[in-house]
Write a protein that binds this ligand. Structure first.
Ligand SMILES: Cc1cc2nc3c(=O)[nH]c(=O)nc-3n(C[C@H](O)[C@H](O)[C@H](O)COP(=O)(O)OP(=O)(O)OC[C@H]3O[C@@H](n4cnc5c(N)ncnc54)[C@H](O)[C@@H]3O)c2cc1C
Length: 458
């Protein structure tokens, strides 16, 4: 085993997923910090960031999260415009669906989430003539802003022909769509490298001292140390573990979530359907025989109970393609990301049955999903309130950007820009204080978060 010691770098970023890359990108492009090392034992963008559904939206139950994702979408648009849309940004919106004709809670949530802008942004379309613009194009730069609330059954049927006839209301969030997170990460990595930053393959296993910190790395060759004036914890599912190396405890846990994608050979999902989310909870329509089998299985029994809403479906890839993606974040049991991956062989069947409630023609695939169906998953690292932690750690010179749950692709740019600004001692946007550890000292804010009915987990 060899032990090598290296000269001090300005900033060590621990983790080269979407978030570490974004912090490094904004450090080099906005604050002129070029002496950066990104440390990771894996390939860049290969852990959680490789599993992302790559969707984005500015729909949140609280104006702080709305401001944060709006900022991030502004930055994504900047990159799309500057690179000839290398990040493949689309914007057909999110279609949030319910069978309730009077979804009072949802409409109240829209008002809270969009805050003072809600009066301008929320448009309700009842029966009769309407100014609603259907999502005919995927172009992000010509899509409308705001939210269209569709309450006219005829308009819903005409716009979303694959939806079940019992859908009574669709909330069409317009500043929402998809990007290529992998292209975004690659673009940022190139910019960091061009500026002089570098990647170091290794796992940070110890951190001593402070300014300079001495990081111990386990590498393929043995052990190395890197000295760094500042460090950034962007370790994704291992965010809590890296904080522990500094003697800090963060209120973060990890929950495994899964998706499937497969070729929709029968063409049951229209290629121009937005990312569609069934907000209503449901009990899965098992047959009597299936019910009795599940009732005898301690793990299966929970599948007979009421399941939460939030099941989602969208066309995946090119407009002329056939693949679709289904997901359902119904798991809420924390697990240790260092343990075996808790992928559930029943998930494809469960998500297909659940999704067929909104898109009934999906039932054609029950028991006959294509052989090359891709079933995968990753960890949502999250705080109890499902807000991220971005800002200074308690240790001087240490910063963090983590707990990005199911929104780290869409929020990568704002997270990177804000964390870089904190680290560089520059001004941060107003909303940023509430995303730092400072929120835990604000009892009124924490009480408000505890009172929200939705945490925005999708
Ligand atoms: C199934 C699924 C679907 C999702 N869909 C969406 C979506 O549609 N839209 C959206 O916005 N977000 C989505 N997300 C969330 C998004 O993918 C994550 O929030 C985001 O990828 C987190 O990025 P990260 O950089 O924090 O973590 P990661 O990508 O996991 O990167 C962390 C890196 O840190 C490294 N690391 C850990 N410990 C150490 C150490 N000790 N030393 C050195 N390096 C270390 C790891 O090797 C890893 O490469 C989804 C997530 C999942 C799981």
């Amino acid at each position: 085993m060899t032990i090598q010691s290296q000269a001090a770098v300005d900033t060590a970023v621990i983790g080269a997923g979407s978030i570490g890359l974004a912090v490094a990108y904004y450090l080099v492009t906005r604050h002129g910090v070029k002496d950066i090392v990104l440390i990771d034992p894996r390939d860049p963008m290969s852990l959680t960031s490789a599993q992302s559904g790559e969707n984005y939206r500015n729909w949140w139950p609280h104006p702080v999260m709305t401001a944060y994702t709006n900022h991030s979408i502004d930055l994504l648009e900047e990159i799309a415009a500057a690179t000839g849309d290398r990040i493949r940004m689309t914007r057909r919106g999110y279609a949030l669906v319910t069978r309730s004709a009077e979804p009072t809670d949802l409409l109240a949530e829209l008002q809270t989430g969009y805050g003072a802008a809600a009066a301008r942004l929320v448009r309700v379309h009842g029966a009769g003539a309407s100014s609603y613009a259907p999502p005919l194009s995927a172009a992000w730069d010509s899509a409308p802003d705001g939210v269209d609330v569709l309450r006219d059954p005829a308009l819903i049927r005409a716009t979303f022909p694959s939806f079940a006839p019992d859908v009574a209301t669709v909330l069409h969030i317009r500043r929402a769509g998809s990007i290529s997170g992998q292209q975004l990460g690659q673009f940022m990595l190139e910019a960091v490298r061009t500026a002089g930053g570098r990647l170091k393959r290794g796992k940070v296993v110890g951190i001593e001292g402070g300014q300079p910190f001495v990081l111990s790395l386990a590498t393929a060759e043995g052990h190395e140390t890197i000295r760094a004036e500042r460090l950034v914890n962007a370790a994704g599912p291992f965010f809590k573990e890296v904080a522990r190396l500094l003697g800090e405890d963060l209120p973060v846990h990890c929950v495994y979530q899964q998706k499937i994608s497969f070729e929709d050979r029968e063409g049951v999902v229209p290629r121009d359907m937005p990312f569609a989310i069934d907000l209503d909870g449901q009990e899965i329509a098992w047959s009597d025989e299936e019910r009795s089998i599940l009732a005898e299985d301690p793990d299966g029994r929970k599948l007979l109970a009421a399941m939460p809403g939030g099941i989602h479906c969208r066309p995946d890839g090119a407009e002329g393609g056939k693949w679709i993606k289904l997901g359902w974040a119904y798991n809420d049991r924390p697990t240790d990301p260092a343990g075996p991956e808790p992928i559930d062989g029943q998930f494809p069947d469960i998500v297909l049955r659940g999704a067929s409630r909104l898109n009934p023609a999906l039932l054609t695939y029950l028991g006959r999903l294509p052989r090359n169906t891709h079933h995968y998953g990753g960890y949502y690292a999250m705080t109890p309130e499902n807000w991220p932690l971005v800002g200074p750690m308690r240790t001087a010179g240490a910063f963090m950007a983590g707990a990005l749950s199911g929104f780290g692709t869409m929020a990568a740019c704002a997270t990177g820009a804000v964390c870089a600004a904190w680290a560089a001692g520059a001004a941060v946007p107003d909303y940023a204080h509430a995303l730092s550890l400072a929120r835990y000292d604000d009892q009124a804010m924490m009480a408000e978060l505890a009172s929200l009915t939705s945490k925005g987990v999708l």
